[in-house]
Ligand binder design. Structure first.
Ligand code: MN
Length: 500
């Protein structure tokens, strides 16, 4: 999406969803600022019944001098309407009348609710719309980091959509969270988010609870989703509750969930994704997650069942559906499973010293998290088949892989980058990457799962592998204790049957 080309429209309106939150405001304001840098002068507006009244948002508008108008109609001369953090046509954004000739653009990070096409940019993998807008506006001649107002508007948007940066999902979210925002401002806004009336909502939620085995379920009055996070942070500390779900209705739309986990057997992000599967979306990290269950989709899937009953049923399903396998102590007869060979597929690698001067402190930003190391002749960077990056010692690399002459040219979901820790600059790896092939043949025993399963491996004391029926339970030939789960699609692509 070319922002400069958009700036050629004369009358642009940027519309946030009704009852705008910090993410909608921040994303809208950043986009407005960038369009202004190209000479356009977009209006920033929202519709709906209520005017912005949350104390932190009023402070935000004031502190960053953001001009946003609560409107009843759009100017008749509007040529381009951009909805941010929402999708024109969806229920949470007022459907204003527009001239037939006007163009419409949708920029959002929620699950698509309207047909996607040329005029939609919808990326649900991102935790905030601020992240998406930041990715759009950052360029050679514009740096959000250099603009106090834009930088803080974006970071606060991400902050509030990720429960204070604790539910960052995508590497881009983590990149944005590192912009030089004003910590005093964010702290002040963050500590002005609850009114006295809302304090009663939190107290009410904590009082109305039930236990489903070791999971606590708490019901809040309809409220701002951030309040759910406050309540769940308290609820998870109760002895005997391994995981908690705090939810409230968003009238006419669905249930908003906040989830916490304090047990190894439940990863909050996986639990959230399970609860929301097929009827919404959920995600987060090991300990904290959030989710949304869409009323319409629940009605399609389980007609007649009230949404809260559906949620209870999913929680019970979660507790009963998994087989647990502990790698160090299982009785599975892997020897009777068919033998497979891992297909040799080229992966990528780059010499760290091709990208950085020797002894530069670097952070390798992977899909899973950050790894710190130092560049040198002995450190290579590997790029796996999913675009995951990790450092490897050259000696180990040479033992395990044969470098090829070809450049590495896989299409990846995420452009892998490595960060210079001193300057904060991101350096892409792909221009330096070459292909290589694993030297050793890897043999495994594998069979499709008959039941949803969690495998607690011995390499990672915190996380587990989880799979559903049809995914593969795999153990390395020669060490059946080293077992794990591989998704069916990846298994079919990566392994071939081997005649024993
Ligand atoms: Mn948002």
């Amino acid at each position: 999406m070319d922002i400069k080309a958009l700036a050629a429209y004369r009358h642009i309106v940027i519309q946030c969803h009704d009852v705008p939150d910090a993410d909608a405001i921040g994303a809208g304001f950043a986009l407005q600022s960038r369009l202004r840098s190209f000479g356009a002068d977009p209006l920033l507006v929202y519709g709906g019944r209520a005017e912005i009244s949350k104390p932190n948002l009023v402070m935000l508008l004031d502190a960053l001098r953001i001009e946003i108008s609560h409107v009843r109609s759009l100017p008749p001369e509007t040529e381009l309407l951009i909805t941010v953090d929402c999708q024109r046509g969806a229920g949470n954004v007022q459907d204003f009348e527009l001239p037939a000739s006007a163009a419409v653009l949708v920029i959002d990070h929620h699950r698509a609710e309207i047909p996607e096409g040329q005029n939609t940019l919808i990326r649900p993998a991102l935790a905030s719309c601020a992240t998406l807008v930041w990715d759009l506006i950052e360029g050679e001649d514009f740096s959000a980091a250099a603009d106090y107002r834009v930088c803080n508007a974006l970071c606060y948007g991400l902050f509030t959509d990720t429960n204070g940066f604790s539910e960052l999902r995508h590497p881009l979210d983590r990149d944005l969270a590192e912009l030089p925002y004003d910590p005093a401002l964010i702290r002040k806004l963050n500590n002005s988010s609850v009114t006295k009336a809302e304090l009663s909502v939190i107290a009410g939620a904590l009082q109305r609870h039930e236990s489903i085995e070791n999971i606590g379920l708490f019901h809040a009055e309809p409220c701002d989703p951030n309040l759910l996070g406050f309540a769940s942070d308290i609820a998870k500390q109760v002895v005997g509750i391994d995981s908690c779900v705090v939810y409230c209705e968003q009238p006419g739309q669905g249930l908003k969930l906040s989830i916490r986990s304090s047990a190894r057997e439940i990863m909050a992000d996986e639990f959230a994704a399970f609860l929301c599967r097929d009827v919404g979306s959920g995600g987060g990290n090991l300990e904290k997650a959030g989710g949304f269950l869409n009323l319409k989709r629940i009605a399609e899937l389980a007609s007649g069942l009230p949404a809260d009953a559906y949620l209870r049923r999913r929680i019970r399903d979660y507790l009963s559906c998994y087989d647990h396998i502990h790698a160090e102590n299982h009785t599975i007869d892997f020897g009777s499973f068919p033998l497979f060979r891992k297909r040799a597929r080229p992966v990528g690698f780059a010499r760290s010293v091709d990208i950085f001067k020797e002894k530069t402190k670097i952070t390798v930003r992977t899909l899973e998290g950050d790894v710190d190391t130092v560049s040198g002749e002995d450190v290579h960077l590997m790029i796996g088949i999913l675009g995951e990056v990790y450092p490897i010692l050259r000696e180990k690399f040479e033992k395990s892989y044969a470098a090829m002459d070809a450049p590495y040219a896989e299409a990846l979901e995420y452009t892998p980058a490595v960060i210079d820790r001193l300057t904060g600059e991101r350096h892409p790896i792909l221009p330096f990457a070459r292909a290589c092939l694993p030297r050793e043949e890897k043999l495994v025993r594998a069979a499709p799962l008959e039941k949803d399963t969690k495998v607690f491996g011995y390499w990672d004391p915190e996380k587990y592998f989880h799979g559903t029926r049809g995914d593969y339970l795999v153990a390395n030939e020669g060490d059946y204790g080293d077992c794990y789960i591989v998704r069916r699609g990846i298994f079919a692509e990566s392994y071939e049957v081997c005649a024993d």
